[in-house]
Design a protein around this ligand. Structure first.
Ligand code: NDP
Length: 290
């Protein structure tokens, strides 16, 4: 069951990710200015995938606004894996850089796993390096993927009781679903992971006090999949043929049933960027043993 909601939430039900992210970014800016040094973030973009280009610009701007020195390294689409690995090696050895993020997806022919594994785990602000994945799986401290980290912060902002709650994570990707489930487990939720082979998806979702949806299928979750009062977090971002941006949850059907729900856009998306900044500051402090 959800607890009464706290600010900054609008309408008592809609979780205002934009406002919560803005508050987090402001908090990070204060911590950065008090840190006595300037954290450095390097974002590596290979090729000109339009969505990736927009994401990288957003991250770069947000980092600068928080007082983080952001550097975007743009490499042509025909960059070889060897050149990309050499770029990462140079960033690993660059003492002004605390965080390294390689924007995914990478062009065909480049082995993403090998690239991620080449990043110094202490600078892996995306939390995708096998060492950080292992720490999360073990419930040990480490750098955690930004989107699931942002979801946990949204849940905490709603005041929902996570400990003991039945949480269902729809989607099992390495980037969202799996780390999400691990974070919920670490917060003492009883976690179910559902996916494309799950037998009765609506029934699994209806059991959830907390439902996290990260599938990439426009509005797959319908109103009758939601337990009344449940907290629903929609990670999905889908562009419809008519240009509209929608989530994985049919918002209009679910908003009146859920106890709290994120909109798309303005829910999880802004938290992902804010958590990247937080991870950069965390990495910077840890590297300096502060
Ligand atoms: P992936 O495609 O990597 O994974 C999708 C998952 O959903 C898989 O586990 C898949 O199951 C499952 N799935 C797919 N179709 C169905 C179905 N019909 N029924 C049940 N399960 C299904 O996606 P991501 O995790 O990377 O992203 C998910 C969504 O989140 C996307 O819309 C993406 O754009 C968005 N996203 C948003 C972010 C943000 O900042 N807001 C950040 C990252 C992603 P199986 O494993 O069985 O194939």
């Amino acid at each position: 069951m959800t607890k009464p909601l706290t600010a900054p939430i609008i309408d008592g039900r809609i979780i205002d990710g934009k406002a919560i992210a803005a508050a987090l970014r402001a908090e990070i800016a204060v911590k950065v200015s008090a840190a006595g040094f300037t954290p450095g973030l390097a974002v590596v973009l290979v090729g000109e995938n339009p969505a990736s280009t927009v994401y990288v610009r957003t991250k770069d701007r947000a980092a600068r606004e928080a007082g983080i020195a952001a550097r975007t390294i743009r490499l042509p689409a025909d960059t070889t894996q060897a050149v990309l690995l050499a770029t990462i090696e140079a960033l690993n050895g660059d003492d002004t850089i605390d965080g390294i993020l390689v924007q995914l997806p990478l062009p065909k022919g480049i082995d993403s796993q090998a690239v991620i594994a080449a990043i110094d785990a202490a600078k892996d602000v995306d939390g995708f390096h096998p060492t950080n994945v292992g720490h999360l799986a073990d419930g040990r401290p480490g750098l955690v993927p930004c989107t699931p980290l942002g979801v946990m912060k949204l849940l905490r902002a709603t005041g929902v009781e996570i400990s003991g709650a039945r949480a269902v994570v729809l989607g099992r990707s390495a980037i969202v679903g799996r780390p999400m489930a691990r974070l919920l487990l670490a917060a003492d939720a009883t976690v179910t992971i559902a996916h494309s082979r799950t037998r009765d998806l609506p029934a699994e979702c209806r059991r959830a006090d907390i439902l996290i949806v990260a599938v990439g299928r426009p509005e797959i979750v319908r109103g009758d999949w939601i337990q009344p009062g449940a907290t629903v977090i929609d990670v999905g971002i889908n562009r419809l043929p008519d240009g509209r941006l929608v989530g994985d949850v049919a918002f209009d059907e679910c908003a009146g049933i859920a106890g709290a729900i994120t909109p798309v856009p303005g829910g999880v998306g802004p938290m992902t960027v804010a958590c990247l900044l937080e991870n950069t500051l965390t990495a910077a402090l840890l590297r300096r043993c502060l």
